[in-house]
Design a binder for this molecule. Structure first.
Ligand code: AHM
Ligand code: MG
Length: 345
């Protein structure tokens, strides 16, 4: 097991920009730097939001609290949600590399006009973990990137595609440190924001999720509404039987933080379907897919309620939801076994 952690050299800061440029060549030697520009813009958005989050407690009601509006899911928007959404739309559209943007905060896809149009589609949750904003608990930004289909000038169909077709995905976590984890389909690399440099510096390369962990992570308050397999799985981790060691429960309630811990420490993160939310809660395009992409790239597993890879689901709508079970491969295998034994798949 390796968490791929590298201590940055004091005299050789390997920055995210340098890493992105090195990836560009290995992923696509014919690349013209367009994905590089796009990824760079995302990092600028993340730095902006990181700075706003750091100052939020002091800025008080200008930044914290409700915006007085609802997003497409009918959820109340926080002021930071609205601000982060504007920041990412602005930095992305200015690159001239986007054809389509989908954000959790807006009902319709944003089809970029001809003047600023590019070849990529970015799907994002500008500030995930809204319920944790006002109390200063870790929150994050999640994103995934598709290239438009051949011949397309940008249409919703360009993002109604399996997550496996993404060319890059990642998240930024605004926590006790600001982390940015990224994959362009060749493993996972992680960067930590050095506040003195204002730069993300490589701290994790070739990150791999441990094959088995000791933690399960889920909103157990929903247990009375779970299906039999989920109930059995969690019970088996709490009551492992003679000689077994129970797993620990950890649940932040911000997907970015719960997945980040899972990537580094192993174990499973689960947001299943339940009687209240028959399709689960998490949105495929900008929550499930990017996280599943990273977990698979780190050697883990991410499945849905049919025990099929999350990345192979085909969305019908940009805000589709899906149950998600992800993390260490052997732990996710255990979940699958419970679903098979319960006759649910
Ligand atoms: P959000 O996009 O409105 O913030 O909701 C998504 C969040 C995830 O970060 C997290 O995993 C989940 O909702 C927590 O939901 P719950 O409060 O039901 O446990
Ligand atoms: Mg979200």
């Amino acid at each position: 097991m390796s968490d791929g952690r590298t201590i940055p050299s004091h005299t050789d800061p390997f920055t995210l920009s340098a890493w992105i440029m090195s990836q560009q060549h290995s992923v696509a030697p014919e690349a013209r730097g367009r994905l590089t520009i796009l990824l760079h813009a995302i990092t600028v958005g993340c730095k902006f939001v990181a700075s706003a989050v750091r100052k939020a407690g002091l800025a008080g009601n200008d930044v914290l609290g409700m915006a007085g509006s609802e997003n497409v899911q009918g959820e109340d928007q926080k002021k930071l949600d609205v601000m982060a959404n504007e920041v990412f739309k602005n930095v992305l559209s200015r690159t001239g590399q986007c054809a389509v943007m989908v954000t959790e905060e807006e009902e319709d896809p944003i089809i970029v006009g001809e003047k600023r149009r590019g070849e990529y589609c970015v799907v994002f949750d500008p500030l995930d973990g809204s319920s944790n904003i006002d109390c200063g608990v870790s929150i994050g930004t999640i994103f995934g990137i598709y290239k438009v289909r051949d011949g397309s000038t940008g249409a919703v169909e360009d993002v109604l595609r399996p997550g496996r077709e993404m060319v890059a995905a990642g998240y930024c976590m605004y926590g006790s440190m600001t982390y940015l984890m990224l994959s362009t389909g060749k493993g996972v690399a992680g960067f930590t924001l050095d506040p003195s440099l204002g730069e993300f510096v490589a701290t994790h390369r070739g990150l791999t999720v441990p094959p088995r962990g000791k933690i399960y992570s889920t909103n157990e308050g929903n247990a009375s509404m779970w299906d039999a397999a989920m109930t059995k799985y969690v019970a088996s981790k709490k009551h492992p039987g003679e000689g077994g060691k129970p797993y620990s429960l950890r649940y932040v309630g911000s997907m970015v933080a719960d997945v980040h811990r899972t990537l580094l420490y192993g174990g499973v993160f689960m947001y299943p379907a339940d009687k209240k939310s028959p399709k689960g809660k998490l949105r495929l395009l900008y929550e499930g897919y990017p996280m599943a992409f990273l977990v698979e790239q780190a050697g883990g597993r991410a499945i849905d309620e049919r025990c099929e890879p999350v990345l192979d689901r085909v969305p019908e709508h940009i805000h589709d939801r899906s149950p998600v079970y992800l993390g260490s491969k052997e732990d996710v295998d255990d979940i699958e076994r419970c679903y098979r034994e319960a006759g649910l798949v």
